[in-house]
Structure formats: structure tokens, C-alpha cells
Write a protein that binds this ligand. Structure first.
Ligand code: UTP
Length: 257
């Protein structure tokens, strides 16, 4: 099925990137020659999206919007409409996604976290769309995690074996740690949601860290039997920490030269 809209939450505080993010939003931190969020918008465009809704904060959101609009569209994004929506308070990733509900309406949509970069040229979103049964299930992009990362990512509960890269999921747990992890398959910041997720988020109460967690809504989709995983073959580059940013810069810089 073809998905024409992507939601990119970018209103978090970016505390792991302080002091760089005291004024500049994390989304605008440069990786090689463009801000990290541009990679995500370009990735969504590669998968056929025509509209990117970026969830921004009140203070610096206009800067993110300006990046895409000043002097006309960017050459790599001529067919993409980029629209901001403000999340007034950083109440959590689930809350941020729900701020886009009125703009997405009754469409299935991609959701991308731009602090994980998929290398230009690669396209996991289209593979996820293939697994969505024409929009009847939500599809999560997964990677096998080492022990260290089981306490840093949401981890899923499989309910089937992996078949051609896809599997059924019964739910997900936010940052369980190695001891309590239900599997090694982690949520790595690429999602395809059916619009059902918005009605679930409307009812989701604050969870871990007092934030409205997207993982709790994903868990509810699993409990309803409408959740699938796609195990990506490619590594995503995490630019949400200083060490990850250095690694990603080297990797993406080498692709360019
Ligand atoms: P993170 O958990 O990486 O948080 O959010 P963060 O605030 O960006 O960074 P740290 O952990 O403080 O360093 C994952 C994604 O969700 C967005 C963030 O912008 C990031 O893309 N987010 C998070 C929001 O848009 N709003 C929120 O309230 C929370």
C-alpha cells in the first residue's frame, strides 16, 4: 500500500546533546552537510510520502520550519510539502505523535525519529508498507539489540517466528533492560501506524518517566492483534548522542567521498 504522509516528532529537549541544544533544536544539528531532520524527510520522500508533518517545540520550531521553506523548497525535496505543528510542552513521544492527529486524519502514516538516520539510498519504510496488509496492521521497524541497548530502547514481545523479515507482535515494553527483556528485538525509530493509534493515544496515561509513551500505545495495538514487526537488515545511525554523532558523521562522510 502507498503511504503519503510522514510524522516526524522533533520537540524533545535533546538533553543528551547539551550544550549544543541549549538554543539550536536537536533536529537542526548538522550531520555532514545537512541537519539531521532533513535525512528523515528525504527518507520519507524516497518511500513515496508527499507530506511531512514535523512536531516542533514552541521556542525553536520556527527555525525547523524555516529550514525547509526559506528561499523555496530544497532541491532534494521539491515534491514534498513540509508542515510544522507545535507541541507546547514536552509531555512525551506519544503525546508528540498525537499532536499531528488532526493533520493526518484517517490515513495510515509513517513516523520517523530523526535522531536515527537511515543511510541515503536505503529504504526500510517501503518494506514496512509491504507488511501492512493494505493498511490493516501497524508495522514496527526492529533491530536485534545487544545487552547494553535493551535498557535504552523499547523492546517487543514476538508472537510468531520471523518469516521473510516479518513477524507478528503481541506488544512492547519501554526500556526493559537485559534481565526483563521479552526479546532482543528493539524499536529503532521507524513506525507505520494505522490511524487507530490516535484513539489509543487519546486514552494513554503517562507511563515511564511521567511521559505519554508511544511504546504503551504500541503495546495496546499488539494486545488488539494488529501489530507486526519488520526486522531491518541495515543499521540505523544514532545521532542522538555525541559519540553516535561522531560515528554517523564518519560513516555518512565516507559515503559522500
Ligand atoms: P528522545 O527520547 O530521544 O528525547 O525522544 P529527546 O528529548 O529528543 O533527547 P534526550 O533524551 O533528552 O537527549 C525521541 C524523539 O521524540 C521526540 C524527540 O524530539 C525525538 O525525536 N519527542 C520526545 C518529542 O517530540 N516530544 C516529546 O515530548 C518527547
Amino acid at each position: 500500500m502507498s503511504i503519503d504522509v510522514a510524522v516526524i516528532p522533533a520537540a524533545g529537549r535533546g538533553t543528551r546533546m547539551r550544550p549544543a541544544t541549549r538554543v539550536v533544536p536537536k533536529a537542526l544539528i548538522t550531520v555532514v552537510d545537512r541537519p539531521q531532520i532533513q535525512y528523515s524527510v528525504e527518507e520519507a520522500a524516497r518511500a513515496g510520502a508527499k507530506e511531512a508533518i514535523i512536531v516542533v517545540d514552541l521556542d525553536a520550531g520556527h527555525l525547523v520550519a524555516q529550514h525547509f521553506s526559506l528561499e523555496g523548497p530544497l532541491p532534494t525535496l521539491e515534491d514534498m510539502v513540509v508542515r510544522p505543528v507545535v507541541q507546547e510542552e514536552a509531555l512525551g513521544l506519544g503525546h508528540a505523535v498525537n499532536e499531528a492527529a488532526h493533520m493526518v486524519g484517517d490515513r495510515s502514516f509513517f513516523c520517523l525519529l530523526s535522531d536515527n538516520i537511515v543511510r541515503p539510498g536505503e529504504d526500510v519504510l517501503s518494506e514496512m508498507a509491504v507488511g501492512s496488509d493494505d493498511g490493516s496492521v501497524s508495522v514496527m521497524c526492529l533491530r536485534e539489540l545487544t545487552d547494553e541497548f535493551l535498557s535504552k530502547y523499547g523492546v517487543v514481545v514476538p508472537s510468531s517466528d520471523v518469516n521473510d523479515g516479518y513477524l507478528d507482535l503481541a506488544g512492547a515494553v519501554e526500556k526493559p533492560g537485559a534481565k526483563d527483556a521479552p526479546s532482543r528485538l528493539g524499536l529503532v525509530g521507524r513506525y507505520l501506524f494505522t490511524p487507530e493509534v490516535f484513539s489509543i493515544l487519546d486514552k494513554t496515561v503517562p507511563g515511564v518517566g511521567g511521559e505519554i509513551q508511544l511504546t504503551d500505545a504500541i503495546n495496546a495495538l499488539g494486545a488488539a492483534g494488529r501489530l507486526r514487526g519488520y526486522v531491518a537488515e541495515t543499521d540505523l545511525l544514532d545521532v542522538g548522542t555525541p559519540a553516535g554523532l561522531v560515528e554517523a558523521t564518519v560513516a555518512l562522510g565516507a559515503d559522500l567521498s
